[in-house]
Design a protein around this ligand. Structure first.
Ligand SMILES: [Cu+2]
Length: 323
């Protein structure tokens, strides 16, 4: 029918084209809109810690380690590991304290929702595990809005100088050097490197663990921690000793060797006599840096033990004692 009226058809086609062009113009953002959007406060995401699938290897890094944001933006940190960490900003002049697991200013949230570079701000204990054994609930996320320009360094109180990050805050409206997608890709790459580093450390430690009377209580350097007894299963004879050794923790990570019922607190002092172990409860307490804990087995049997701090990550072992 239209073919018999070419003019009308042409007009109809032109009308459709015109409306399409108009629709495109309306849909496309103007330059002014783009500029306005850049002034909108944004939220940037940073991962806290990282771990292997089996949780044996735990990393000590904020990823990405550095972000460039603008005044008014928010940084949102999310726990990515069972191992505990904090996000902590110290006021100017305050020194990084030693980690104290019973200090509520360290293990519980401190400060408000905004960062101005002047006050002590602390996330509290961050972990993917709801219960960490400390006298504080763990948190999965922590957010701060930044209100002043500057380069702000923050730390994990648990891992000290081995684990720090920086938030660079620039005036509102400054063009961002990187997108979140860029940071995410960088974080994935770096997490894989850290876990690979920890796996290699674990393997070297396994190669060094050749004696059933000598078990390494974890391994660590200032990049990664291995939350395993190495070797995990050993066999000795009645009357023989097994020494649990912290020597492979170049970066100090507290561990315990705990047979029998778990003490009521992860910070409990030693329980039982390791010189005459015949089963039941035996707890090393937190083993100090570089120290060992030696147990003499006076009874045949299969004795399971745990690290009360890291059993949730699989840090458990077995000593089989034969006649
Ligand atoms: Cu442990």
């Amino acid at each position: 029918m239209l073919s018999r009226h070419p003019d009308r058809r042409r007009r109809a086609v032109l009308a459709v084209l015109a409306s399409l062009v108009l629709a495109l113009i309306v849909a496309a953002p103007s330059r002014a809109d783009v500029a306005a959007a850049e002034h909108h406060a944004r939220t940037w995401h940073v991962a806290v810690g990282q771990e292997s699938r089996d949780k044996a290897v735990q990393g000590m890094a904020f990823l990405p380690g550095e972000v460039w944001i603008n005044v008014g933006d928010t940084v949102s940190w999310r726990a990515r590991s069972a191992e505990i960490h904090t996000v902590t900003f110290l006021p100017p002049g305050q020194r990084l304290p030693e980690f104290n697991p019973v200090d509520h200013r360290q293990i519980r949230r401190q400060g408000g929702q905004t960062h101005d570079g002047r006050t002590y701000l602390n996330s509290g204990i961050m972990s993917t595990m709801p219960k960490t054994g400390l006298d504080a609930p763990s948190v999965g996320t922590y957010q701060l809005r930044f209100t002043r320009t500057g380069d702000f360094v923050y730390y994990c109180l648990v891992h000290g100088r081995a684990m720090k990050g920086t938030v660079h805050v620039r005036p509102a409206g400054t063009a961002y050097p990187h997108s979140q997608a860029y940071y995410d890709a960088q974080a994935r790459h770096e997490a894989a490197r850290i876990i690979g580093h920890g796996e290699a450390l674990w393997q070297r430690t396994r190669h060094a663990a050749t004696d059933d009377h000598h078990v390494f209580a974890g391994a660590a350097d200032d990049t990664a921690m291995v939350m395993r007894f190495i070797r995990q299963e050993v066999t000795v004879r009645v009357g023989e000793k097994v020494t649990f050794d912290m020597a492979r923790n170049a970066f100090y990570v507290p561990h315990t060797v705990t047979f029998g019922p778990e003490p009521s607190s992860i910070l409990a002092p030693p329980i039982g006599n390791p010189a005459h172990f015949r089963g039941g409860q035996l707890h090393s307490g937190i083993i100090p840096p570089g120290k060992t804990f030696t147990v003499t087995f006076e009874k045949a049997g299969t004795f399971h033990y745990i690290c009360v701090l890291h059993d949730g990550m699989g840090m458990v072992g077995t000593v089989t004692v034969r006649r």
